[in-house]
Ligand binder design. Structure first.
Ligand code: ITT
Length: 211
């Protein structure tokens, strides 16, 4: 059974449209997130942590809002910024910018404890090689767990920051406009058709069907 690992019910609602054949179940597990400037390594390490916890194939979902005029902030810190500043303050900051373009990015990380002959290479390949070389005597209490392969799937959607509109979605959806509508004004199917998560899930579903 594949476990979709997240504490965020909004993500699950969207993912269910791609994985609803009974082969996936949500696992509400708050895996420790490393700090990194990119989503890929966070998703890769999260997938390993989640796999160690679940002992079954897992898919983790790391996402963020990248505002161009402030160098991509909050990016990988989006969750922390939503909890501390809040979505409206992020809009207020962006409202003072000349450039209000933004993008959502999503990286899905899949791990089932086995190897893949798949590409692209995991972004943290260097770390994995070092961990594998260090072997079980490595200083890590978990031996060479960092050698566990993870397959990543990415999705991206461009848009811009606007004053909050709409009741649907979750997180930053009310302030993210794509093609004239905010994500909070779209229903789940419409958001999935264009969103960062929808694109990543589509790639994953296609690959997983073959596996
Ligand atoms: P998990 O880590 O447990 O999956 P999370 O909500 O903390 O849940 P992230 O670490 O990926 O997820 O944090 C991403 C932040 O960006 C968080 O504040 C989300 O609410 C927000 N976010 C992610 N996807 C989004 C989307 O499709 N629409 C709006 N906001 C989104």
């Amino acid at each position: 059974m594949l476990r979709y690992v997240t504490t965020n019910p909004g993500k699950v609602r969207e993912a269910e449209r791609y994985l609803r054949d009974g082969s996936v179940e949500r696992l509400d597990f708050d895996y420790p997130e490393i700090q990194a400037a990119e989503l890929g390594p966070i998703a890769a390490q999260g997938a390993r942590e989640a796999y160690r916890h679940a002992g079954e194939p897992v898919l983790v979902d790391d996402a963020g809002l990248f505002v161009e005029g402030i160098d991509g902030f909050p990016g990988p810190y989006s969750s922390y910024v939503e909890e501390t500043l809040g979505v409206e303050r992020v809009h207020d900051i962006a409202a003072d910018l000349d450039d209000r373009r933004a993008a959502f990015r999503c990286v899905l990380g899949y791990c089932d404890g086995e190897g893949f002959a798949a590409s692209p290479d995991p972004v943290d390949r260097g770390d994995r090689d070092a961990a594998a070389a260090a072997g079980p005597d490595s200083e890590s209490p978990d031996g060479n767990e960092n050698a566990l392969p993870v397959k990543l799937f990415e999705g991206y959607v461009p848009g811009r920051i606007v004053a909050p509109r709409g009741e649907g979605g979750f997180g930053y959806d009310p302030i993210f406009e794509h093609d004239g509508e905010t994500f909070a004004e779209m229903d789940t199917d419409r958001k999935n058709a264009v969103s960062h998560r929808g694109r990543a899930l589509e790639k994953f579903a296609e690959w997983y069907a073959e596996r």
